[in-house]
Ligand binder design. Structure first.
Ligand code: GLN
Length: 446
């Protein structure tokens, strides 16, 4: 009830939610009350959680903030939802995103933009902007988002909350609407590193329904962050992440944190020489995969169907009217890069550069345990500032994209505020399946 009250008060301003399941949430809450009275113990019994609207919850809408899925109701639960349900979580609603998770500001939602709770004239980041804004403004105690090129870490940084992209394969993607399957990963948002670790514990683990799910034992993240509270790490600062056009005040705050860490950790400069190609590589690979994944929205199987006189006309009209501008741009980019005659020059080349980017990290992790970097080049920008210039928008993910291309775990931790009260964050990046150490250093920094 408190959470719903907060949503009624704050969400008309922030607009984090696409859908609030008031009735369902209250029903689940009274069930939880009964179970608590009976002494039942579950990890999330009665805890209100919001979910990005590209993750399926049975019986609720899953729109991906797209007109093409406007009337779509999920017939099944994503694996992460099954796991949260088993622990008694209450799903308070579905949060706003850039259409099909394509964007960095939540302005690409087909329905409305979300506002940054710290400054309503600014973007909350994206694409999981609704999830980050909901947690930041206490409209739910945690949230799940998805991160293909930064969509959890960047909005977490912009909204001053913790957000983590786990190692690719640690969390099942079954029931997450696919954008770029080799990059997508579901991850948690929390107000603290502890909350984030707590949620990750519940959603992580092998799932036979996802062919890229990793058959590994999931460590006890909470135990690990407490045990490692005093661990000294070898930390690398990638030179390429501190050069170029980065906001000066933000860099100063981040460097102060790094100075402080020097008393306990061994910090050294490292090189990730292929960083400069990451954004270009991503914008070949992600649209190519999206082009293929989005072929299923043809007006036949899901959601929106346009009136038409023939089958072909129905396909064309449904897609023309159902998809927004950015989604169409990605489909065109993907179609082009995969076309005969262009495949070798674009898709194949990008796949090779992706391997070089991964190798940079693998080399670095021979010398250091973890990497520290900024999450974004600037604090949250104004609504409308970048929307008409896609290249500018794409560059806001320059520090998060390499982590997805390499499949590594990364977390965004809030570390301070600029002079005009905008959140500043730091990113911890770790080797594959060392999520526990990423969380541990984040816990020390927090
Ligand atoms: N902003 C990036 C994009 O538009 C990343 C999005 C994401 O991680 N889902 O593709």
């Amino acid at each position: 009830e408190e959470n719903l009250k907060q949503i009624k008060k704050i969400d008309p301003l922030v607009k984090a939610y696409l859908y609030v399941d008031e009735e369902g949430a209250l029903k689940e809450a009274s069930k939880a009350d009964e179970l608590i009275q009976k002494g039942e113990e579950k990890k999330l019994l009665g805890i209100p959680i919001s979910i990005k609207d590209n993750i399926c919850i049975k019986g609720l809408p899953t729109t991906c903030a797209s007109k093409i899925l406007q009337n779509f109701i999920s017939p099944y639960d994503a694996t992460v939802i099954e796991k949260l349900k088993a622990e008694g979580a209450i799903f308070i609603g579905k949060t706003n995103l850039d259409e099909f998770a394509m964007g960095s500001s939540t302005e690409n939602s087909a329905f409305f933009p979300t506002h940054n709770p710290w400054d309503l004239e600014r973007v909350p980041g994206g694409s999981s902007g609704g999830s980050a804004a909901a947690v930041a403004s206490r409209m739910g105690l945690g949230s799940l988002g998805s991160d293909t090129g930064g969509s959890i870490r960047q909005p977490a940084a912009f909204c001053g909350v913790v957000g983590m992209k786990p190692t690719y394969g640690l969390v099942s993607r079954f029931g997450l609407v696919a954008f770029a399957s080799s990059l997508d990963q579901i991850g948690p948002f929390g107000l603290t590193v502890e909350d984030t670790a707590y949620l990750l514990q519940i959603i992580a683990g092998y799932d036979p329904k996802d062919s890229t799910s990793a058959p590994i034992d999931v460590p006890d993240f909470l135990k690990s962050i407490k045990e490692n509270e005093k661990t000294s790490y070898k930390i690398g600062l990638p030179k390429e992440y501190f050069e170029g056009e980065i906001d000066a005040e933000m860099t100063k705050i981040i460097l102060e944190i790094i100075e402080r860490l020097k008393s306990k950790h061994h910090i050294k400069e490292i090189n990730l020489p292929h960083t400069e190609y990451a954004v270009a590589t991503y914008y070949i690979i992600a649209p190519s995969e999206a082009f293929s994944n989005l072929a299923r929205y043809d007006g036949v199987k899901y959601g929106f169907r346009a009136e038409a006189k023939s089958l072909i006309e129905m396909y064309k009209k449904s897609r023309a009217l159902g998809f927004g501008k950015e989604v169409k741009r990605r489909i065109m980019l993907g179609a082009y890069s995969l076309s005969a005659g262009y495949y070798d020059a674009f898709y194949l080349k990008a796949s090779k550069v992706r391997t070089l980017i991964l190798q940079d990290f693998l080399e670095a992790f021979k010398e250091v345990d973890l990497i520290l970097a900024p999450v974004t080049p600037t604090p949250p920008f104004k609504i409308g500032e970048k929307i008409s210039d896609p290249l500018q928008m794409y560059l806001s993910d320059i520090f998060t994209i390499p982590v997805n291309l390499a499949g590594l775990p990364g977390i965004s931790v809030p570390v301070g505020l600029t002079s005009n009260n905008l959140p500043v964050a730091i990113q911890v990046i770790g080797p594959h399946f060392k999520d526990e150490h990423v969380l541990s250093l984040a816990y020390q920094i927090e």
